[in-house]
Design a protein around this ligand. Structure first.
Ligand SMILES: Cc1cc2nc3c(=O)[nH]c(=O)nc-3n(C[C@H](O)[C@H](O)[C@H](O)COP(=O)(O)OP(=O)(O)OC[C@H]3O[C@@H](n4cnc5c(N)ncnc54)[C@H](O)[C@@H]3O)c2cc1C
Length: 308
């Protein structure tokens, strides 16, 4: 099945330049370090190559894009179809022009923050503490410490499932809390940001404050996926989880962090099913205790082990 999918792709797009790998483990590519393989992992050479693959691929084959895997649970049965991960220079560069920055979507958020600081551009220091990529930040409207992607973004380029190049203005991205309503099939390839002229040293000091605050409050050295649930209107997810008695709760090798109870951690050889099951147990207990229905912020993708 897998070999034939790669054969089919090569036959449909002989000029493809990117790398196709069958049965690539995804556990190594996510922060939780769990999950099954991608049936096929594709790393496009550049935007044109990405468009070539998407245009040539049988529309029935599912396509999934991942960034740095810092907000993901990949289920134990892996991801059918083609999983796309952007990397390399064409997707990994930042260019500054006056008060704007254009970044490829494989650029880590932390590098974007650093590039803005070096150029004396303020407003992007919040990215210093977010361990994802620009692509993930666009899809999640990532934010922290009073700043969000929506505050600094001007426009985005991407490629849709049919292989068409698309661009989206800020308004067309439809940002809301940890959400973007650009069509789900679009793979973002680059983004244009605007910073405010500022003082480099003051911006760097702000970035140091962001780092220190995270180290004090979050289990950033654990295998985790960041905030598990969105904060409900008028409440804090961690407080509801704590009040429901879930701090430190375990399931298999997964645990609700003792340090920050809206974080789940892979404490000891957890499976994706342990982590997702623990999250569902937390949701159940919070609903019973306070009546709040928590909504997942972490994206859960792929199929469970018993589906294969
Ligand atoms: C320790 C820790 C702390 C965190 N702190 C914060 C925080 O303070 N604030 C915050 O907002 N988040 C935080 N997160 C969550 C996470 O870092 C962000 O959501 C981040 O933006 C995800 O980026 P990623 O590249 O890892 O995306 P992934 O986790 O790989 O994917 C997330 C989503 O983005 C989509 N995606 C990825 N790349 C693209 C692309 N090129 N085009 C289209 N869609 C794409 C994926 O399909 C998926 O739906 C934290 C996570 C950890 C582990």
């Amino acid at each position: 099945m897998t070999a034939s999918l790669i054969d089919d792709i090569r036959a449909a797009a002989p000029a493809l330049r990117g790398r196709l790998i069958a049965n690539q483990s995804l556990a190594d590519l996510t922060w939780f370090r769990v999950g099954g393989p991608a049936e096929v992992l594709f790393s496009p050479a550049d935007e044109e190559d990405l468009a070539l693959l998407l245009g040539a691929l049988d529309p029935a084959v599912p396509v999934t894009v991942i960034g740095l895997g810092s907000n993901l649970i990949v289920r134990d049965g892996g991801i059918p179809g083609v999983t796309i991960r952007l990397g390399g220079k064409p997707f990994g560069s930042v260019a500054v022009d006056g008060d704007t920055l254009r970044a490829g979507t494989a650029v880590p958020d932390m590098r974007l923050a650093k590039a803005a600081a070096e150029a004396g551009l303020d407003g992007l220091a919040f990215y210093r503490g977010i361990p994802g990529s620009v692509g993930g930040a666009l899809r999640m409207n990532a934010g922290a410490h009073g700043g969000e992607t929506t505050d600094v973004l001007l426009e985005v380029r991407g490629v849709d499932r049919a292989g068409n190049l698309r661009s989206f203005s800020h308004a067309e991205m439809g940002f809301s809390y940890r959400h973007c309503s650009a069509p789900d099939d679009v793979i973002f390839t680059s983004a244009l940001y605007r910073g405010r002229p500022g003082d480099r040293e003051a911006i760097e000091a702000e970035m140091d404050r962001v780092t220190a605050a995270r180290e004090a409050a979050q289990p950033i050295r654990e295998r985790t996926g960041g905030s598990t649930f969105k904060n409900p209107d008028g409440g804090k997810a961690w407080q509801l989880i704590d009040a429901a008695g879930c701090r430190g709760l375990t399931r298999g090798g997964a645990q609700v962090s003792e340090m920050h109870c809206n974080f789940l951690i892979n404490r000891d050889g957890a499976t994706a099913a342990d982590i997702e099951g623990l999250g569902e147990e937390v949701r159940r207990r919070v609903r019973e205790h306070s009546g709040y229905a928590l909504h997942w912020e972490i994206k859960r993708i792929g199929v469970s082990a018993d589906a294969i």
